[in-house]
Design a protein around this ligand. Structure first.
Ligand code: KG4
Ligand code: ZN
Length: 395
C-alpha cells in the first residue's frame, strides 16, 4: 500500500513537471469537469478564458419526484449508468479527446457518498490513464467561484458570497481560491430543503425539465399567481434573542405551513390557496436571507478591516429564483455593491462550475494525487489546511 502510494506520487510529480513545462507558454487551458454529488450526472469542458466548449447534464427529476425526495441508492445507480455516456457526449460535442485537455476536475465532496464515488472514480481513472493532472473540487467552492467565470474583473477577491442550495445556506467571505471564512450557516434545514418541503406540503407537482426542473422551480412558478400578503408568515430568527445572529433557520417556517395545513387554514387542492401560500413563503424566506446578509456584510467588513468587498455573489440552486434575486439586488444596492449571480442554469448543479473551479485551482497549482477519495462531510473552511501537490512553475 505504502509502496503503491509512493510510486503513484512519483508518477504524478513527473506528470506535473511535464504539465508545467508544456503549458508555460500556452494561452488557454481546457479542463473537463465531472459532477455527480447529488442527483445530476453532469460534465463540461471549459476554458480559462471562460468559454464553455460543451456541457451535458442528465437530471433525475422524473425518477425522484415519485418518491417526494432524492433516494440515494437510485441516484447512485443512475450516475453509474449515465456517467460514461455523459463524458462521451461532452467530449464529442467539443470535438476533443482527453489528450487535448489540461486537467480533469471532479466533485470530491460534500454530497451523497455513493453518488460522489461515481464522479471521483471516473475522473481519477481518466486522469491516471491519460496522465493528466487531477483536481478534487469542493462542491461549494465551485458554486462560490462560478460567478467569476468570464467576469474576473468584476468579481475580484475578496467578495461576500451567499450560497443557497439544497445542501447549504451560508454566507462566506471569499478571500481567494481555497480561502474562505464562513460567517453564517443554517441551524437546521437548508433553504433549498425548505422550498422542496413546502412544495410537497402544498402538493405542487415537480417540473420535469432538463433546465429549471424540480420542486423549488415549481414553487417559484406557482407563486407567480399568488397574493403574498394573504397568509402572513413569521420571519425566522427575528426575535430579540436571535435577531443579532447571522445564522439562518428554515425549519420553523416549514413547520408553520404544515400546521396551517393541519388546521385547514388553507386547502392545498385549491390553486389560489396554493399560490398564495407559495408566494408568502417565498417572500418570507427572501426577507430572512436579506436580514441575515445585512449582518454578514457588517461582520465581513469588520473582518477585512477596511479592505473593500468587490460585490455580493449569490449562487447555488435557490439563487436561480428571480424573486429571491430581486430582494438581494435591492440589498446589494443599499450596501453599495453589485449583486452578481451566475445565469440560472449555472446556479443549480452542473459540470461547468466544477470545470471552472478546476481552472481556478489549476492556475494556482492546487492539484491532487490519483489516490484521493470522496469526502462526504467537508467544511469549506478546511480547504486551506489540506495538503496539495503544488506544481513547480506558473502559467
Ligand atoms: O445547488 P443545487 O442544484 O444542489 C445542491 O447543491 O443542493 O440546489 C438544489 C436546490 C433544490 O432544493 C432546488 O429545489 C432548489 O435548489 N432550487 C430552487 C430553484 N431552483 C432550484 N429553489 C427555489 N427556486 C428556484 N428557482
Ligand atoms: Zn449544489
Amino acid at each position: 500500500m505504502h509502496i503503491l502510494r509512493q510510486v503513484g506520487q512519483i508518477r504524478q510529480i513527473k506528470q506535473i513537471r511535464h504539465f508545467a513545462q508544456t503549458n508555460r507558454h500556452s494561452q488557454v487551458l481546457r479542463v473537463l469537469g465531472l459532477e455527480s454529488s447529488c442527483d445530476d450526472t453532469a460534465a463540461a469542458i471549459v476554458t480559462s478564458s471562460g468559454e464553455i466548449l460543451s456541457e451535458t447534464n442528465r437530471h433525475q427529476h422524473a425518477i425522484h419526484s415519485q418518491h417526494g425526495g432524492i433516494v440515494p441508492g437510485l441516484a447512485a445507480n443512475h450516475h453509474l449508468m449515465n456517467m460514461p455516456l455523459v463524458v462521451h457526449e461532452t467530449l464529442k460535442a467539443a470535438g476533443l479527446q482527453i489528450s487535448d485537455l489540461d486537467a480533469i476536475a471532479v466533485t470530491r465532496g460534500p454530497g451523497l457518498p455513493a453518488s460522489l464515488a461515481v464522479c471521483v472514480s471516473a475522473g481519477k481513472t481518466l486522469a491516471a490513464v491519460h496522465e493528466k493532472p487531477l483536481i478534487g473540487v469542493h462542491h461549494m467552492e465551485a458554486h462560490a467561484l462560478m460567478a467569476r467565470m468570464g467576469a474576473e474583473d468584476k468579481v475580484q477577491f475578496p467578495y461576500l458570497c451567499l450560497l443557497i442550495s439544497g445542501g447549504h445556506t451560508l454566507t462566506l467571505v471569499v478571500h481567494d481560491v481555497n480561502e474562505y471564512t464562513m460567517i453564517g450557516t443554517t441551524r437546521d434545514d437548508s433553504i433549498g430543503e425548505a422550498f422542496d418541503k413546502v412544495a410537497r406540503e402544498l402538493q405542487i407537482p415537480w417540473i420535469d425539465a432538463q433546465i429549471g426542473g424540480g420542486a423549488g422551480p415549481a414553487l417559484e412558478q406557482c407563486a407567480l399567481a399568488g397574493d403574498r400578503t394573504r397568509f402572513p408568515l413569521p420571519v425566522p430568527m427575528d426575535k430579540a434573542d436571535s435577531a443579532g445572529s447571522p445564522d439562518f433557520s428554515f425549519s420553523g417556517l416549514k413547520t408553520h405551513i404544515k400546521r396551517m395545513r393541519e388546521q385547514a387554514l388553507f386547502d392545498p387542492l385549491c390553486a389560489q390557496d396554493q399560490a398564495d401560500v407559495a408566494a408568502a413563503f417565498q417572500m418570507t424566506a427572501a426577507k430572512h436571507l436579506r436580514k441575515k446578509t445585512v449582518l454578514a456584510f457588517r461582520r465581513a467588513r469588520e473582518l477585512l478591516q477596511g479592505q473593500p468587498l468587490s460585490c455580493l455573489v449569490a449562487s447555488g440552486g435557490v439563487a436561480s429564483n428571480l424573486a429571491v434575486r430581486q430582494v438581494l439586488a435591492g440589498l446589494a444596492a443599499k450596501e453599495g455593491v453589485e449583486l452578481v449571480c451566475p445565469p440560472p442554469s449555472l446556479c443549480t448543479d452542473n459540470g461547468v462550475m466544477i470545470a471552472w473551479a478546476g481552472i481556478e485551482r489549476l492556475r494556482r497549482g492546487l492539484l491532487d494525487p490519483y489516490t484521493i477519495d470522496f469526502i462526504q462531510r467537508w467544511p469549506l473552511e478546511d480547504l486551506k489546511q489540506m495538503g496539495y501537490t503544488k506544481r513547480t512553475s506558473s502559467f
